[in-house]
Design a protein around this ligand. Structure first.
Ligand SMILES: [Zn+2]
Length: 72
């Protein structure tokens, strides 16, 4: 486990706590599969580790994020 994984773990724990405490909108929560991998909230595909390194709190894959931002 490298530092990025460790940071990701802390970020996830922090987000979980924040969600429970303040009820962040479900769309802003990261979804995870049984192995703990983050999956896109829109298409259920795995979000690549490279994306999570640059955007640790990403909830969507690149394609869905682009579509979501375009719909704002
Ligand atoms: Zn997606």
């Amino acid at each position: 486990m490298d530092a990025a994984d460790e940071a990701q773990k802390h970020e996830a724990a922090f987000l979980d706590a924040a969600v429970r405490a303040r009820r962040i909108a479900p769309t802003e929560e990261q979804l995870r599969d049984e192995s703990g991998a983050v999956i896109c909230v829109d298409c259920d595909e795995l979000i690549p580790a490279a994306r999570l390194k640059s955007v640790p709190d990403a909830v969507r894959c690149v394609e869905c994020q682009a579509a979501w931002e375009a719909s704002l």
